[in-house]
Design a protein around this ligand. Sequence first.
Ligand code: ACM
Length: 267
Amino acid sequence: MKVGYLQFRPLFGRVERNLNKVIKTLEHVKADLMVLPELAFTGYYFKDRQETAALAEDPASSKTVESLVGLCKERDFYLVTGFSEKHRDKVFNSSLLLGPQGIVHTYRKLHLFNEEKNWFDPGDTLLEVQEVRGAKIGMMICFDWIFPEVTRTLSLLGAQIICHPSNLVLNYCQQTMLSRCIENNIFAITANRFGIDKRPHGELRFTGKSQIVAPKGVLLQRAHSQRDSLYITEINPEEADRKNITPLNQLMDDRRPEFYAPLSQTK
Ligand code: ACM
């Protein structure tokens, strides 16, 4: 299975320009599954909720989604992309799985980072696994990485590949994802953005270094921090099914959930 990511620098508020950049970069790509950054078309550093809502789109009637699905048809691949999603009176920081047949699945970010709490509604979708060309994929978004429960839940549901659109501003995630891939024996594709969102109310710099990690925490490739990067590689998703770490230890079966009660308690 050929999987990859596109790291680029979305320009704030310039949805059409960002879309054209993605389409132009991917128009000759041969792959099965490509991952794009979080909020790939709107940019990230919103002023307030009104601005977020003004730039968000309903995927069911979105020109952006329509063009991306057109690209999936033309290239015969699947795309996972961050997307500012309008749904009735709510706005979600979402990840869409798109394919030649249209929208396959929408995941809404569960763990909002910092000021995102002022701009978005917290996600209300369950963590789920989808099948793409025989591989089982799960989606999470950026700051979800700091909650190991997310990758664990997706792994327990059978995910072989975690698709992880990101707009990272802290420096810990890339290293931590190696551990997430050791403890669950999974692949993870973190597609990050780079550059700076310079806005009248301040600026935020994003860390790039998109990466693909294999089971056992093997770093297959990591991008430069501040450059466009298109990377595609061949993987065997079934490697993620071998959960034995020693002859007598199986990562999922050896868990002792009866001793983890606080994990399932709500606040
Ligand atoms: C983040 O969740 N965008 C840091």
